[in-house]
Write a protein of this length. Structure first.
Length: 109
């Protein structure tokens, strides 16, 4: 087993947020399952952290990735399918971006 697989499989499962709802333009209210804090992280760490969390949540759940790294932010829309998710939205808030991803490649009902 390689280092990446060991790292992705390590650690405790995440603690889901308690019903945090976020309004996403064009989608209405969405329940956010987990926030991936990538502030200060350089590529490829934001993508690796996101992969780890996506491996711990259920299909259809939405995560919010928070990053201040423009290169990482730019990569998420095109990388979403590779990560097994759908890019919903990226917004700029103050000094960071919020990227919303839904696990699974199927459209939400």
């Amino acid at each position: 087993m390689g280092w990446l697989t060991r790292w992705l499989d390590s650690g405790d499962k995440h603690e889901p947020l308690m019903s945090r709802q976020e309004y996403l333009p064009g989608m209405g209210r969405v329940c956010i399952a987990y926030v991936v804090d990538c502030m200060g992280a350089m590529c490829p760490r934001p993508q690796l952290l996101t992969m780890k969390i996506l491996g711990q949540i259920e299909e259809g759940e939405v995560i919010e990735v928070v990053s201040d790294n423009p290169a990482a932010v730019e990569s998420f829309p095109s990388l979403a399918e590779t990560l097994g998710c759908v890019h919903l939205l990226t917004t700029r808030v103050d000094a960071c971006w919020q990227i919303y991803l839904r696990k699974g490649l199927k459209a939400a009902h």
